[in-house]
Design a protein around this ligand. Structure first.
Ligand code: 9MR
Ligand code: 9MR
Ligand code: ZN
Length: 564
């Protein structure tokens, strides 16, 4: 009898191991949102059950769609649609002949935990201060790092120099203004657009409880570093890193000098860095005004001085000076950074020179509205102009921006609805950091939703989030500690060097990279479809590194789907 019970129990789906053939958001779904899962099986399956995790009871039953060929992954995908089921709880899908899925939640604040971890991961990137992730993540800590700073010969100066503040860029310990700029700007925008709901969320960082929203407390750490990178003449140095990448050691064990690195020739500062800096400091000026007037003024003054420098040096490009081998973030065109700076400065101050510059230069960018990325921030400039809702705005410019954004969002939303995995990604989008591209598609859609509210934009934005949290060919959650089957081996020095098996929390993997630009990816079969070009291997810096410019749009999107 006992044996019989045991046999019966194991035959029940809730006792079985989850199958990666069923792909869904492992965090889950908000009750009022569409709810789709994907099934990729050798033999097409016919039906599915939604079952309560607690007792395996079927609460919803549906038919699977016919199988669709997916160009991104090469998978044959069937859809399980349980959108009409709205009851809060914890569930799994059971597909007869295939297996059961990972468990997931349906609830209004289903992304709250993911937001907390993803935003708090910036604290785990802090440079120049001891970091301790606290009782929930014991041993996840390091001592004050990279305090030995100096001017690199390429900066036109010499000698020692203070080194403090900022976030480590990624899996490496460099700090790069260009990438910091878009990342910090994106987070500041999350505060501006969704700040009411975010202000209540305590991030358990050293400043928590000081009366300032924690998202602003965390961002301040990086702003303080960016401010140290501005020269007396207003220009901003491109980056601060060691000459070469460190080995896989903890931050405090990387004792190489942290150099302020310049272009190697007059004027030593770079225009893209200075433009990003001006834009971000202009946002900071308005974001911090209610909390710290002196800091808001400091940021605003720094932005204005950076702008002045930019008018004299509009296109000084940065390339790594010899013998520097760290990240280059070498942009070819700084006119988009300058447009963004003009728009943010105008939005914060109403200054006529900024407005004139914007109006004389925005049209080129209206023709190419696109998701932002570190070398391409023109749309940020357009959108902030439209989101400013200032009385002195030019009606023609507003209409053009609005219409171009709606056109872009319509095309993306339509494409997303037709994609078997319900993602905005096209095969060519699987570049280095493709998961950041997916998140930035959602950012575009959520901004469009601000300018012209439309359910389709929100749904498509949410679809890309589902992809990142498990609804993909690997059934992997690309955010550490979120969902069940999250990836384990990011190219992230603290995760690799701390002696703890599990990686640091809240980190988004760079994602599939069709360019196979690292040794681990090169070991994969060459003809894999782009979505399959990924491996959970620490050696894979082109597919499985983490970076602040990928986590920032993730935070933005998660914030967009938190309840008010
Ligand atoms: O760790 C580095 C990572 O942050 C960069 O994105 C990547 C590409 O620039 O380079 C990584 O460093 C590798 C170096 O380029 C080559 N030798 C191995 C290093 C660590 O894997
Ligand atoms: O995100 C960057 C990607 O767009 C580039 O193709 C790649 C190679 O230049 O560099 C990426 O940025 C890395 C930076 O150079 C160094 N820190 C880690 C970044 C993420 O891999
Ligand atoms: Zn550091």
């Amino acid at each position: 009898m006992r044996l019989l019970c045991l046999l019966l129990l194991t035959a029940l789906s809730w006792a079985a191991e989850p199958s990666t053939a069923i792909k869904l958001d492992q965090a889950g779904y908000p009750p009022d949102a569409p709810k789709l899962a994907m099934v990729v099986a050798e033999q097409p399956a016919r039906e599915f059950h939604l079952r309560r995790e607690a007792d395996g009871k079927s609460v919803f039953k549906g038919s699977l769609s016919e199988a669709l060929e997916d160009a991104n992954s090469g998978d044959r995908v069937q859809l399980a649609d349980f959108s009409s089921f709205r009851q809060t709880g914890r569930y799994y899908l059971d597909v007869p002949g295939v297996g059961r899925s990972y468990s997931f939640d349906i609830k209004p604040d289903v992304y709250r935990r993911a937001y907390y971890l993803a935003m708090r991961s910036f604290y785990g990137q802090r440079c120049g201060i001891a970091v301790n992730m606290g009782p929930e993540f014991p041993q996840y800590r390091y001592a004050e790092c990279h305090r030995e700073g100096a001017w690199h010969p390429s900066s036109g100066k010499e000698g020692a120099r203070e080194s403090k503040f900022g976030w480590h860029d990624a899996g490496d310990y460099g700090r790069y203004i260009v990438n910091s700029g878009l990342s910090t700007g994106t987070l500041l925008w999350a505060h501006e657009l969704f700040g009411k709901r975010l202000a209540r969320i305590r991030l358990d960082i050293p400043e928590s409880g000081n009366g300032v929203p924690d998202i602003l407390n965390e961002i301040r750490w990086n702003l303080e570093w960016m401010l140290t990178m501005q020269d007396d003449d207003g220009g901003v140095f491109h980056k601060q890193t060691s000459e070469q990448f460190a080995g896989f050691v903890m931050p405090e064990k990387d004792t190489a000098t942290s150099y302020v690195i310049g272009t190697g020739a007059e004027p030593f500062k770079g225009s893209c860095a200075t433009g990003d800096f001006a834009a971000v400091m202009a946002i900071a000026q308005r974001a911090y005004a209610p909390y710290d007037k002196a800091f808001a003024k400091r940021a605003g003054d720094a932005a204005a001085r950076a702008w002045e420098w930019l008018t004299k040096h509009p296109n000084v490009l940065f390339r790594n000076p010899r013998p520097v081998g760290t990240g280059a973030y070498g942009d070819f065109d700084c006119s988009d950074e300058r447009l963004w700076a003009a728009a943010e400065l105008w939005r914060s101050t109403g200054g006529k020179a900024y407005h004139d510059y914007f109006l004389a230069n925005y049209q080129k960018f209206v023709k190419q509205v696109r998701r932002p990325s570190w070398p391409s921030v023109g749309s940020m400039g357009l959108w902030t102009y439209a989101l400013a809702r200032r009385k002195d705005a030019n009606a023609e410019a507003l209409n053009a921006i609005r219409q171009a954004t709606i056109d872009a969002a319509n095309a993306i939303a339509t494409r997303t609805e037709q994609n078997p995995y319900r993602i905005s990604m096209e095969p060519r989008d699987y570049v280095w950091g493709s998961n950041g591209e997916a998140a930035n598609y959602s950012l575009l859609l959520l901004v469009a939703n601000q300018l012209a509210p439309d359910r389709c934009y929100r749904n498509a934005a949410l679809d890309n989030l589902h992809y990142l949290l498990g609804r993909n060919t690997f059934s992997v959650s690309w955010v550490t500690w979120v969902g069940t089957n999250w990836y384990k081996n990011p190219h992230h020095r603290p995760s690799g060097a701390d002696g703890i098996a599990e990686p640091w929390p809240g980190l988004l993997s760079g994602g599939p990279n069709r360019g196979r630009a690292d040794p681990a990816l090169k070991k994969l079969p060459a003809n894999l479809p782009p979505m399959k070009m990924w491996v959970d291997d620490q050696e894979s810096y082109a597919g499985n590194e983490i970076a602040i410019n990928w986590n920032a749009p993730l935070v933005f999107v998660l914030a967009g789907f938190l309840p008010d």
